[in-house]
Design a protein around this ligand. Structure first.
Ligand code: URA
Length: 242
């Protein structure tokens, strides 16, 4: 979401200052309604008109990034560390990550300028599945796996049911790889779920986000989504679960 005056200025119709005057004068409509308040936020998909003439909309773009470890999942970092935006070259649209992966987590991250889709995908109501592979220490017991699956009490409440599967375990070294599919998106949720069971996550990778996986990408690489993939995400984001 961006301020209306900024979007008008970016479209080239008027300077930022002139755009503010147009808004206050009641000459701007958003989705058919006059908006005369400065600071109103709009998304790239909104219809904005000035004196009845529609502004050209920014093209909606969608990218899947294989986020490497050591990169920040935001547009900017106050400590000037590399961000996921720095990894996607040659895009003039103002894309942003849909949700976030920790600095030390790798894997599938969607970036777009489609605010409406992003909001839906991030809303817990739509329960988009996210699958992680966690390398953990020590090796979880069956009872601990059962607890991960049925729900764990964290400081922000019980986690919802999850799908859990042990992938490999190394008895000599005392660690295991566990696949975990959750549909919530709480901060550092996977690490906190294991921590609640006195386990440490040594490595964490998101291998699937909704209908998207990392096939064909190496860490640091991205690709535009195909039209049918965008359609599928819209489908997932429209499907409310009970
Ligand atoms: N859970 C975490 O703990 N970290 C992530 O980056 C994503 C999910």
């Amino acid at each position: 979401m961006e301020r209306l005056q900024k979007i008008i200025a970016q479209s080239g119709v008027a300077s930022r200052r002139k755009a503010e005057q147009l808004i206050v004068a009641g000459r701007v409509k958003v989705n058919g309604r006059t908006v005369s308040e400065l600071g109103t936020k709009v998304s790239p998909g909104d219809d904005i008109s000035v004196d009845g003439v529609l502004l050209e909309k920014e093209r909606l773009v969608y990218f899947l990034l294989y986020k490497p470890v050591g990169v920040i999942s935001s547009r900017k970092d106050e400590r000037n560390r590399k961000t996921v935006i720095d990894l996607i070259k040659g895009v003039s649209e103002r894309i942003f990550p849909v949700g976030r992966l920790d600095f030390d987590t790798s894997g599938a991250l969607l970036l777009t300028n489609d605010g409406e889709l992003a909001n839906r995908l991030m809303h817990p109501r739509f329960e988009i599945d996210k699958t992680y592979i966690a390398k953990v220490e020590p090796i979880p017991t069956r009872e601990q796996l059962r607890r991960l699956a049925s729900g764990i009490l964290l400081d922000d409440g019980m986690t919802a049911e999850a799908k859990v599967q042990m992938i490999t375990s190394n008895k000599e070294k005392g660690f295991a790889s566990v696949e975990l599919t959750i549909h919530e998106g709480r901060n550092r949720q996977v690490r906190r779920m294991f921590a609640a069971l006195n386990m440490e996550v040594l490595k964490l990778k998101r291998v699937r986000y909704g209908s998207l996986n990392l096939d064909g990408l190496s860490a640091g690489e991205s690709r535009p989504l195909k039209p049918h993939e965008v359609k599928m995400l819209y489908h997932l984001a429209n499907r409310e679960k009970q």
